[in-house]
Ligand binder design. Sequence first.
Ligand code: PEP
Ligand code: MG
Length: 372
Amino acid sequence: AAGVVDGVARALRRADAVRRLEVRANADTPEDAARARRFGAQGIGLCRTEHMFLGDRRKLVEEMILARTDAERDRALAALMPLQREDFTRILEAMDGLPVTIRLLDPPLHEFLPDHTELAVRIASAEARGDLPDAHDVALLTAVNRMHEENPMLGLRGVRLGLVVPGLVAMQVRAIGEAVARRVLAGGDPRAEIMVPLVGDVRELRIVREEVQRVLGEVSETSGVALACPVGTMIELPRAALTAGRIAEEAEFFSFGTNDLTQTTWGFSRDDVEAEFFSAYLDKGVFPSSPFETLDREGVGRLVGIAVAEGRATRPGLKIGVCGEHGGDPDSVHFFHAAGLDYVSCSPFRVPVARLEAGRAALETADVSDSR
Ligand code: PEP
Ligand code: MG
């Protein structure tokens, strides 16, 4: 077994020596970050902040959503901020000296709310007992009903959430800024980058970016630490890829979200890949395997190519990565190398495979030019 381990270590060293693609990991806890580092990740390419709003923090999120006045909402956000600051401080500490791309809150807001049926049943059974239903339950049900969407994945998500919920972006950015300042004051080397999800138009990014700069400016002033976090965007909608030249005016980096980009390019729900029809469809041989696993070069890949070319036409040298599941898929890694990306980001466990494949992709490209 020792021989195999040595062999793998040797192969990884060789791959690292030749590969051009940087390999980062998707991680959102300090534990995952540390694991990613052990597997050789050169940073975090995607820190999803949504899990940080679950568990005991759900109550605060409910308060934020139910707030009837700005003051009530601000109170809930103010309570969430130090918790987020602690999350970011610990992740930045685990990844000291390496980039950590923190993505602003993305998922549909209804995911944080209690289940509609559960609430309705609770209220109905209180009424059946002749009791007054719990006022909090009634308020929640009203909010859940008000926010109902037929297709939440095509609705209040990503940057739209940040635009629609006042104070949300500011809260997260303040937490990031203060975490960075704390790490700097503690003698660390924090490299936070701020990433905006589900952008489809440059104006969305411009609005959020102005807010980010404003808040970072405030934190710089109060902390005495000059903060300059790069602000970039996910490219995960066809419209973002097609207008990447404009979006690059406001983005210091791009990261392809190939999960959503595949979903929106094909019009297949990424949440229904287990549905019976999907495997029956794939069995027809239209596409060799699920496009959610192997990058669809003709469609999604073409959008990637357009976005790379247009983004760099606006901003030469624009840093571009990928953080969808495809970032750790061997075949897709070869595609991203050829497409001129700077990095792939994948689950910590896939980091070694991505390193090897990035090395192989670099050697294969060199072979082709050698034989010319
Ligand atoms: C993606 O869409 O590819 C992505 C990385 O974001 P998420 O999976 O969190 O939507
Ligand atoms: Mg996405």
